[in-house]
Design a protein around this ligand. Structure first.
Ligand SMILES: Cc1cc2nc3c(=O)[nH]c(=O)nc-3n(C[C@H](O)[C@H](O)[C@H](O)COP(=O)(O)OP(=O)(O)OC[C@H]3O[C@@H](n4cnc5c(N)ncnc54)[C@H](O)[C@@H]3O)c2cc1C
Length: 435
């Protein structure tokens, strides 16, 4: 078993020219080269802005190359909870945005001819308890009534047409969701941003940012590992890797580790038995498993096996926990070899919602909570459009996530170091046990 991200074995990541000096002045400095940052850079550069994407590691190094490649409808929170938090009208707009975000990925993949195995294969949520399954009918009914979107509830006795596992109480299918190879997708987005005119600088960690005016023009001075740069605007797209360069945002984001294993390539017949319709699958627990076949028929099986962000120890522990979890779902995989294990860091806001807009004068989009492939792409584009409209005038783009309250830790008891994560992990396990 290799401690390595399987997706990276399938892609040639574009690399930036290490000798190219940083520009002295740009219109927009984008921090982070994942889906959010690259989607924003592509949109801004297409509108003629001079854009520098500053990445502390390499292109797509963060969650964007490491995830399950599930391009999902909806948000992490259920629709009834959303309606209770934001009311019907805003929730309707949020749900519509989640559907539009998948179309946004599909459109970019088409326009830029990104070979990333994007396919609308649909997702399947499976119920770990009878009361979870009972909730599906209510959810489907609310979603049909409020958002005019159809989900199909699958009874336990029909579930074998969707999944080769007998442990679940039923399921719910959304045909709109899609799957992709995320590393190929982020590589394609980077190439698209470069084609549009954006410049990407790898190994260029932003260390500090301060307000600075230049010839009377208000803006920002960014101190990076490769020297200073002046930018008229800053877009922070650092998600679960948000650090001390943007302290106000760091305090609002909880970084949570998520881990994935992939098996060896499975025989075609076994792969079809495990997932007859090639769905993106996840279960109904708080401490959930998510899984799918890769385009070459490996089982990719992920979960929040440890709550802390990835390091060598949490990755190793997670491989065994996930293997046991996978065999619990699919006893057929008892003897399958595990070829790869890796981890990545998710970004959760304290209210488990995506947030976007401006904080301390800088633009940002974060908080995707495991639903970031589509939403990060979409928010990158939408916030870039907002920046363009504020610069040149014109209508602000519709974005229901801008302007919602963005809570920090209760009583402000959080400096960016998630000391409470073991407690949160234990709490979620307890909730799964009792609810
Ligand atoms: C294991 C795992 C599985 C997941 N599965 C799914 C899934 O199946 N479906 C789904 O929708 N979502 C999934 N997600 C979530 C999804 O991957 C993320 O929400 C999404 O990739 C976030 O993209 P991003 O561009 O905002 O951030 P990232 O891709 O994390 O990029 C942030 C970048 O910022 C850089 N950076 C940070 N600080 C600085 C600095 N100071 N200077 C310069 N650069 C900096 C980092 O190096 C990093 O490359 C998963 C996440 C993980 C970790």
């Amino acid at each position: 078993m290799l401690e390595h991200n399987y997706w990276l074995t399938t892609v040639d990541m574009p690399a930036s020219d290490a000798a190219r000096p940083l520009p002295e002045v740009v219109d927009v400095a984008v921090i982070g080269s994942g889906f959010t940052g690259l989607s924003a850079a592509r949109t801004l550069a297409k509108r003629g802005a001079r854009v520098a994407v500053l990445e502390s590691e390499t292109i797509g190094w963060g969650a964007s190359s490491r995830n399950g490649g599930m391009v999902l409808t909806g948000m992490k929170l259920g629709v009834n909870k959303l309606i209770s938090m934001y009311g019907r009208e805003r929730t309707q707009r949020m749900y519509a945005a989640s559907l539009a975000s998948i179309a946004c990925v599909e459109q970019i993949v088409g326009e830029e001819a990104i070979a990333c195995d994007f396919a609308r294969s649909g997702h399947l949520e499976v119920a770990c308890k009878q009361n979870h399954f009972d909730g599906y009918a209510r959810q489907a009914e609310t979603i049909a009534r409020e958002f005019n979107h159809t989900l199909r509830v699958v009874q336990k006795n029909e579930l074998s047409s969707e999944i080769g596992s007998t442990i679940y109480y039923g399921g719910m299918v959304d045909e709109t969701s899609a799957g992709c190879n995320p590393a190929r997708y982020v590589a394609g987005l980077a190439r698209a941003a470069i084609k549009a005119g954006a410049e990407i600088f790898e190994h260029t960690r932003v260390r500090t940012i301060e307000r600075d005016s230049r010839n009377g023009d208000p803006g920002w001075k960014l101190w990076t590992a490769r020297g200073p740069l002046w930018a008229h605007e800053v877009f922070v797209a650092t998600s679960g890797y948000t650090g001390a360069a943007t302290p106000a945002l760091q305090k609002k984001i909880i970084p949570i580790g998520s881990f994935i294993i992939t098996t060896e390539v499975l025989p075609e017949k076994l792969a079809r038995e495990l997932s007859p319709r090639n769905r993106m699958i996840y279960d109904s627990k708080n401490y959930l498993y998510y899984y799918r076949l890769t385009p070459d028929n490996r089982m990719l099986f992920g979960g929040r096996a440890a709550f802390f962000p990835e390091n060598e120890k949490t990755i190793q522990q997670s491989a065994e926990i996930l293997r046991r979890g996978m065999i619990g779902v699919y006893p057929q995989l008892r003897d399958a070899q595990i070829d790869y294990v890796w981890g990545g860091t998710l970004d959760f806001a304290f209210d488990i919602m995506p947030h976007a807009g401006q904080l301390d004068g800088m633009y940002y989009a974060v908080g995707y909570a495991g639903h970031g492939v589509a939403m990060a792409t979409y928010q990158g584009q939408k916030i870039a459009e907002l920046m363009a409209s504020e610069h040149a005038g014109g209508d602000k783009p519709e974005n229901p996530f801008v302007g919602i309250p963005f809570p920090g830790a209760p009583l402000g008891l959080y400096s960016g170091k998630p000391w409470f994560l073991p407690l949160a992990g234990a709490w979620y396990k307890f909730l799964d046990w009792v609810s």
